[in-house]
Design a binder for this molecule. Structure first.
Ligand SMILES: Nc1ncnc2c1ncn2[C@@H]1O[C@H](COP(=O)(O)OP(=O)(O)OP(=O)(O)O)[C@@H](O)[C@H]1O
Ligand SMILES: [Mg+2]
Length: 347
């Protein structure tokens, strides 16, 4: 790992890891399974995710990141250490690590992340905001005095930020993103069809036929759930128009968030955004018609970044390869000793 760096996108839905010289080496769900009542880990990542909704009482499946915030610090710590050790192995060379954090992170969460990464083998670590990494990952030169509006639609939150000269000028985070789309589908199917479905089925429906604008030709799929009244297993058909109806509310909330930031943006930066448009990153950007919907609701040209799910992790990789991107914009790497010293002074 000599001279190498690791970039981590610590997301509500998944942890994506980029290693310099290799690219993206890991993409695993942010899920941990534990023995109920103990802190002992049963599984982390994909194998833990397969247990969601199917686990016996003796096992608890936890998603330690919720709505873009760390809801369980000690489990997040275990998950981060596991992934870093998986990448670093027993290497004696300690890599530099850049971690992308949810925009609403608290000081305690910051410390936990820095602590976990350095304890797990990082020589030094640096935290950067998700939309900034997304913009770098999309290939934008963030250092110019030019306003760029980035909208990152993840699993837990949609982060909207205006970036100029390497920093975030204005930002807003709404708790409406991929998970809320799934919840809206669950609610729709229960209310309109009398069938209860799980999160995984709802996500599958969203990915297969979901849309942010009506599809030119309506499509449908069959899915399975449980009859609300009889409790018996039941198959049902759902169409893209129905999913569109279900998603209208969370989509409107996302557009309200974008409009709020646009309203607060100073005129010169707003003029840049008007000519360059909105850049959308994150897995939610893959919903059919997302760019068209944002353009229609905000009046601003909208582009989806290439490979939007990996954009943030790719941004951390680019920042690691060209450290001037971080240094010139006030982001510093801190070593374990510095982290302990720094926080002990504050606490
Ligand atoms: N093809 C698709 N169509 C619609 N949604 C999709 C598609 N592929 C992935 N998603 C959704 O993208 C979301 C995950 O995106 P992403 O990996 O950017 O989130 P995250 O970074 O883990 O979350 P956050 O940034 O909120 O912490 C999930 O809700 C997932 O269902
Ligand atoms: Mg994310």
């Amino acid at each position: 790992m000599l001279g190498k760096g690791i970039g981590i996108d610590l997301g509500t839905t998944s942890v994506i890891i980029y290693v310099t010289g290799k690219g993206i080496v890991l993409n695993e769900p942010s899920v941990v399974a534990l023995y109920t009542g103990y802190e002992k880990v049963v599984a982390i990542g994909s194998s833990a995710s397969e247990m969601v909704g199917k686990n016996p009482d003796s096992i608890t499946v936890i998603k330690p990141m919720n709505d873009g915030v760390i809801s369980d610090l000690s489990i997040t710590d275990k998950m981060l250490r596991y992934y870093i050790q998986k990448i670093c192995g027993n290497s004696i060379f300690k890599p530099r690590v850049v971690v992308c954090m949810p925009s609403t992170i608290t000081s305690l969460e910051r410390r936990t992340i820095l602590d976990a990464v350095t304890a797990a083998g990082a020589g030094s670590a640096c935290l950067i905001e998700e939309p900034l990494a997304g913009a770098i990952g999309a290939g934008l030169d963030i250092s110019k005095p030019y306003g760029t509006l980035v909208v990152d639609i993840g699993g837990g939150t949609t982060d909207v930020a205006v970036i100029t000269m390497g920093s975030i000028a204005i930002s807003h985070s709404v708790k409406f993103a991929g998970n809320k789309f799934d919840q809206a589908i669950i609610k729709f199917v229960r209310n309109k069809k009398g069938i209860i479905i799980g999160e995984r089925t709802a996500e599958e429906i969203k990915k297969k036929i979901g849309c942010a604008v009506p599809r030119p030709v309506e499509i449908a799929i069959n899915a399975k759930g449980k009859d609300y009244l009889s409790g018996m297993p039941k198959s049902f058909e759902i169409t893209s128009d129905e999913v569109y109806k279900a998603l209208r509310y969370p989509l409107r909330k996302i557009c309200d968030g974008i409009r709020e930031v646009l309203e607060d943006t100073p005129p010169e930066l707003a003029a840049d955004i008007a000519s360059q448009g909105v850049l959308v990153t994150g897995g939610g950007a893959l919903l059919y018609g997302m760019a068209d919907m944002i353009k229609k609701r905000t009046g601003v040209e909208t582009v989806i970044a290439d490979d939007p799910i990996n954009c943030v992790a790719r941004g951390t990789g680019i920042a690691l390869q060209d450290s001037s991107i971080l240094e010139n914009n006030g982001y510093n790497f801190t070593s374990r000793d510095e982290i302990i010293g720094l926080y002990d002074e504050q606490w």
